[in-house]
Design a protein around this ligand. Sequence first.
Ligand SMILES: [Zn+2]
Length: 491
Amino acid sequence: MQLRKDKWSYDHEKDSPRAMESIPYSLYYGTFVDTPELGEIRIRTKCLIGVNQQGVIDFIHPDVEQPSVLEVFKHNYVHFDSVQSYFNQFFFPGFIDTHIHASQYPNVGIGLNIPLLDWLKIYTFSLENSFNKENFKVAKDIYTKVIKKTLTNGTTCASYFTTIDTDTSKLFGDLLLEFGQRGFVGKVCMNHNTDYPEYQETEAESLNSIKHLIEYFDGKNPEPETLVKPIITPRFAPVCTRSLLKKLGQVSTENNLPIQTHISENKGEIQLVKKLFPECQNYASVYDDHNLLSSSTILAHAIHLSDSECKLIKKKSCSISHCPTSNTFIASGEAPVKQYLYKHKINVSLGTDISGGFDPSILGIVRQSILVSHHLSMKTNNNSDKLSLNDALYMSTQAGAIAVGMESEIGTFDIGKKFDSQLIDLGGMSSSIDLFDWQLPNKSDDQDELQSKILNLLNKWVFSGDDRNCLKVYVNGRLVLDKSNQWVLVN
Ligand SMILES: [Zn+2]
């Protein structure tokens, strides 16, 4: 008799892609926590949720003493997930990582405190340049590991950067479908890399590559879903010519595709942009002047924005991806996120920024976003710079959904939305969290006591939890990762 690891619940080498599996009508019962509005936490206990064969939430009945047998038979369900110890366990929307470089995963943890532009030259460009047809096996290994790692941490949707290479970008999209993670594939576009000329493409190569990827992924998604979608990805202004930037803006408009890029991560970078684009008013204007700012644009980092840039970003309804771990690791700065959210009313989501950031877990990024905001508030002596837990959890889910243009489809538990979810277990054998009897809700608690205890448990999850507390992961109603049977006895 031996123990074997079985958390992936299917053999991805042999089985058909996870994303192609049919979805059984499913019922879920327990506590559901989400953040429908900035600053708000919604807790629904004893809640029964039905998810149909398209992976869409069909009904939500809170305060059901026990799942109604009638409901079960009415829908002829196939799958039923009841959270038995529902006060230790709760469903939370899947995390949305709005800025992550899949190709940089091997560099995680490397390059402490080297400023951005040097860090790119020394570590990043050479690694990204190794992604090509000849190196397919290595690319597959890296891309498989990063998808598994993010899924393990409860990330159900991510906006990825790959590299300039077309073939391995296609491979990456295929792997997303294989593992069933929702993802945006950002083939990197750059035709002006003076610091590392070996790693760049011509404008024509860049545009052809995008065209090819659009066609490729058009036919790949399971109907009627769009789990995998290309995203137009000018790396950042300094490595793109004016002409390429303009054409990428056109491709986005013509094909209704979102855009992602970097902005104002580092002061040296801002000076470089000023020098390269003297005709533009500021960094944000460089993108605006080339038709790259719209409601489907994600601007990563955005640490050192001027007031007029904030106004422009708000006017264009762009989203920011805040990457606090990366910003701290390579000492880029502290983004005044609370001001962006509440003063400028800009949508701010969260990104791991692997590998500028070392933590692939959005839960970890939630924690870091709060701590960085506390540091900022100590510096500015302004308490209103502090993010709340509610703010940060909103950024990790619903704000991410807005950033990727899917706010009516994912991000919260609402009727009509896709069931992208994680089941959190605070009490399991391997949990890093110790719980005490008086902290747990019990049957005699009134609604207020119940809500306040669950809020405290949420705090414990955010500040003491990790991937071991993420028991199951669902994307589009499919169970794509099940760690509840991680160790099974086999003869
Ligand atoms: Zn980045």
